[in-house]
Design a protein. Structure first.
Lengths: 352, 566
């Protein structure tokens, strides 16, 4: 499966989630995401991190509620717990410390937290389903060098963790039980020297395998000119856009010119790097279906907010039970379609 | 083609040049072997040949290095990537990608080869090196030998004209090493590839070499035909030592050649003993005579009566789905040096760590004797590390992981304090193992042999009853191995047991008295070193192959046997 397909799918669901505060709808989409991840993830380290994203989502909800209780604005409504408000000095005007916790306020915090948590889980799902390293391989050729550097940086952290575990284990062999600051030093020094020599070894290996190898006699001066032009246009355009008194042509048109210059520079720079891709990920009908599901889910909810906003935002004054509008149900079902294996490529490598 | 023209390499802040006025020429299609003691500059020579010296390492390179017509002065390593393939000593440190297949394709991607070409070349190399079953596996999950083959494969895919390899077989078991070397010779013979290769285990590679460059410890080199250079080289494989002993000229390099010359020697070894002790003729006499000679020489070692110091019962180790050790029963007696052999990934390291107690152990029991007065045998896993090390010590595969201070002296002092020994005890031990380790040196700057000696001294300072060593001979030259073998037999003679895992048959023949063979997590053979090594075609040391059916394993054995016949 092409990694970008999963990213489009997850992004579509994230857009859908931002359209609603209805906890029932959000919970439905969340359930779809979890279902798809459980059904389609591979046995890779990045996939094992999904559990962490779920935990992180739980923490987000808890923190959001906690913040409401401590410093949130106390909306009027049914009081659940009456905590006396702490009087603050006059310079802290507008901040309320504690105060009565109302059902309305608590629900607002809970719904908001749930929405944010679901966004994070969507990101985690994309991460679990599409190996980030493979995703970086789809970068344009001009960004290849940076992409490789990022990939290596990404893989360094788990390597450091295994190196530290190995070194602690080895040091226990000599009866050394690292404790306190000195213990930390005795582990950190070998781990860091190890990491340094390892990265030097990797760099020398990459160098002798042709990394960052330029084509002889093909340095293109146009690239640097275009990059300078793009930067100037970007700063001028932003200024024109934000400053209301400047002429209108200084805003969006200049930004567009800058973007075009940047794109041309990237293409020209890509021509200087002669590299090819081994078995690039193909974009076929399964990818189309997966990405399409995300897009359709987003479009459904965006359209629903435009036509019938009330159903996606449950009323909090007066309080009412959240409804599940049919369109949301449809959206969740569409989001869960990639979980079915019907759309797997029949070739052995399709799932890889 | 590789040309070195009066090359002198000096690293910054170095006292002396790493290479001094080196001139040689390796024509196309030759396999050139670089030999020399540890730290003599073999790696520097290899790095100079692929441009890493001085472009990557820094330092001053005088003279000229020309590779396939390109002067390395003007061509950094990346510009040589299409003609020179480099395989580094520790293959895992050079991997850029995640999986076997992507790693094989990496260099080709950098060179911009067409996707269809990449596809066919990856398949070819997968077959050539027997990697087809591993193609989708993560690199981190592979065994050392598999990683080594992937590293070689990943440079072969770009079809370089020159291969530069630093100790390509050091991590491999004898069979895997044969496979890799067979693939290499095929590349040299069939495709005309030039190979520049540094190796410590000369017995494995010397027969394939067309040319030998010998680096002395002062950085000067001698190059020429293998037989001529090896005849009086400091580092020499057992076959050459035997040739020197038997005064064969020119020196034979393959077992086949040596066997043709060895007939008189064999007769002398058999005949003289038959004269001395009239007995039934034939094979029996041969065995008898050789064993007697050896037994006489070994008598002095076994002074104290042997007692069991380690008893392990039904040991199992699992990692996830892998069952690394399956029901191993093992007893070690004091005074024994035992070698643990077996394929890459057969569970040797897992067994050693499980015996030591800090590695995972799924089931089973390990009991290890303590120092006098420490009570009955106990399981080291249940003890605190500082108590456990008085019973069992392990020198891991990367001995430097044990070191964390910045000078040799500080490490020695810390060890004395940790075990409550008299000040200077560890240093004295270290001086007994090797000479010339400076007090103020950083442990990372020591040579492989010196670093191993330091770690061994640290571990021996606690006088453990059982000493475990995981692949101790990696990167050691013949002299360092002899020092290590002597230290191990001294420790065993003092009433301890030594268990070492190794792929190095020559070292095992020289140091061990008993051999265990492990396969697929089980112990499949257990017996005297002669019974096991001679019986197996892959594990037989060179001397045994040459002198078969005389059961002598090392040149020293032969020397003693000859002395006894006089």
């Amino acid at each position: 499966m092409h990694p970008l397909a999963w990213w489009v799918w997850a992004l579509g669901l994230a857009v859908a989630v931002t359209r609603t505060t209805n906890p029932a709808v959000i919970a439905l989409i969340l359930a779809s995401v979890v279902l798809v991840v459980l059904a389609r993830r591979e046995d890779a380290p990045s996939a094992r991190a999904f559990r962490g994203f779920l935990v992180l989502g739980g923490c987000i909800v808890a923190i959001r509620v906690l913040f409401y209780a401590v410093v949130g604005i106390k909306t009027p409504g049914v009081v659940l717990v009456d905590i006396p408000q702490v009087a603050l000095p006059s310079w802290a005007v507008g901040v309320e410390l504690f105060g009565p916790i109302t059902l309305t306020g608590l629900l607002v915090a809970l719904y908001g937290g749930l929405r944010l948590a679901t966004l994070v889980v969507c990101f985690g799902a994309a991460n679990a389903l599409a190996n980030p390293k493979r995703a970086l391989r789809s970068l344009p050729a001009s960004l290849h060098q940076i992409g490789t550097a990022i990939v290596i940086a990404v893989s360094v952290t788990p390597q450091l963790a295994t190196a530290a575990a190995g070194i602690r284990r080895a040091q226990r062999l000599r009866g050394h039980e690292p404790r306190g600051v000195r213990g930390l030093l005795s582990t950190a020094v070998p781990v860091l020297t190890d990491a340094l020599s390892r990265s030097l070894a990797l760099a020398s290996s990459m160098d002798s395998r042709g990394y960052a190898r330029p084509l002889t006699g093909r340095t293109d001066r146009r690239v640097s000119t275009l990059v300078v032009l793009a930067l100037v246009a970007a700063s001028m355009g932003t200024y024109g856009l934000l400053d209301g008194t400047s002429p209108r042509w200084l805003g969006v048109p200049v930004l567009v010119i800058g973007a075009a210059a940047a794109a041309t520079a990237s293409i020209l720079a890509g021509r200087q790097v002669r590299r090819t891709r081994y078995r690039p990920d193909r974009w076929g009908s399964p990818e189309l279906v997966v990405a399409g599901c995300g897009v359709v889910a987003a479009v459904l909810l965006v359209a629903a907010t435009a036509t019938d906003p009330a159903s996606l935002d449950p009323s909090l004054s007066p309080l009412g039970w959240p409804q599940v509008p049919p369109v949301a149900l449809l959206c969740a079902v569409v989001a869960a379609i990639p979980a079915t294996r019907v759309f797997r490529r029949s070739a052995a490598r399709g799932a890889a | 083609m590789i040309l070195f023209d009066h090359v002198t390499v000096t690293y910054p802040d170095a006292v002396r040049a790493a290479l001094t006025d080196v001139t040689f020429r390796v024509p196309e299609g030759e396999l050139c072997l670089v030999i020399g003691p540890t730290g003599a500059g073999k790696s520097t020579l290899l790095k100079a040949a692929c441009g890493l010296v001085p472009h990557f390492t820094g330092g001053l390179l005088e003279g000229r290095v020309v590779v396939e017509g390109r002067d390395t002065r003007d061509h950094p390593p990346r510009d040589l990537a299409d003609v020179v393939g480099v395989v580094v000593q520790d293959p895992a440190s050079g991997f850029v990608t995640d999986t076997v297949e992507e790693e094989l394709a990496y260099t080709m991607e950098q060179l911009g080869l067409a996707p269809s070409v990449m596809r066919t070349r990856v398949e070819e190399v997968l077959d050539l090196l027997g990697l087809a079953t591993l193609r989708g596996r993560p690199l981190a999950d592979l065994s050392g030998g598999e990683q080594q083959r992937v590293a070689i494969g990943s440079v072969l895919t770009s079809h370089p004209r020159i291969l530069v390899m630093d100790e390509p077989t050091s991590a491999l078991d004898p069979a895997a090493a044969e496979d890799v070397l067979a693939a290499l010779t095929r590349l040299v013979h069939d495709l005309g590839m030039t190979v520049l290769l540094a190796e410590h285990r000369l017995e494995r590679v010397v027969q394939y070499a067309d040319r030998v460059i010998s680096i002395a410890s002062d950085g000067t080199t001698v190059d020429g035909a293998p037989a001529a250079v090896l005849a009086d080289s400091v580092v020499a494989p057992p076959i050459v030592e035997l040739a020197r002993l038997a005064a064969w000229h020119p020196v034979p390099l393959s077992v086949r050649d040596a066997r043709r010359r060895a007939a008189p020697l064999r007769e002398r070894l058999v005949g003289s003993t038959a004269n001395r002790r009239p007995s039934v003729a034939g094979d029996h006499v041969v065995r008898e005579s050789a064993v007697t000679v050896l037994a006489e020489s070994a008598v002095t070692v076994l002074a104290a009566p042997a007692v069991t110091v380690l008893a392990a019962r039904d040991l199992h180790v699992r990692y996830g789905r892998t069952h690394a050790v399956r029901g191993v029963d093992l007893t070690l007696s004091s005074g024994q040096v035992v070698a643990l052999m077996g394929r890459n990934g057969s569970g040797k390291s897992s067994l050693l760590w499980a015996l030591q107690g800090s590695g995972p152990r799924t089931a089973g029991q390990v009991l290890i004797a303590g120092p006098p007065g420490a009570g009955p045998k106990a399981d080291p896993a249940s003890m605190r590390p500082r108590d456990a090390r008085l019973r069992v010590a392990l020198v891991p595969q990367n001995p430097q992981d044990l070191l964390y201070l910045d000078t040799v002296a500080a490490e020695c002092v810390a060890t004395d304090a940790q075990i409550g020994a008299a000040p200077g005890a560890t240093r004295t031990l270290l001086d007994g193992l090797t000479t010339g380790v400076p007090d103020h040196a950083h442990p990372r700057d020591l040579s492989e042999g010196q670093r191993l000696a330091l770690v061994l001294a640290i571990q021996l300072a606690a006088r453990p009853c059982v000493l475990l060593l995981d692949e101790p001979t990696r990167g050691l030259d013949y002299a360092a191995k002899r020092h290590l073998a002597a230290a191990l037999s001294r420790h065993a003679a003092a009433g301890a047991a030594v268990l070492l895992s190794s792929h190095d048959v020559e070292f095992v023949a020289e140091s061990a008295g008993r051999v265990l063979v492990m396969a697929d997590g089980e112990l499949v053979a257990d017996g005297g070193v002669r019974d096991i090594l001679v019986a197996s075609p892959t594990f037989a040391p060179q001397v045994a192959k040459i002198l078969h059916p005389v059961e002598l394993l090392t040149v020293d054995d032969v020397r003693r046997a000859l002395a006894a016949t006089r």
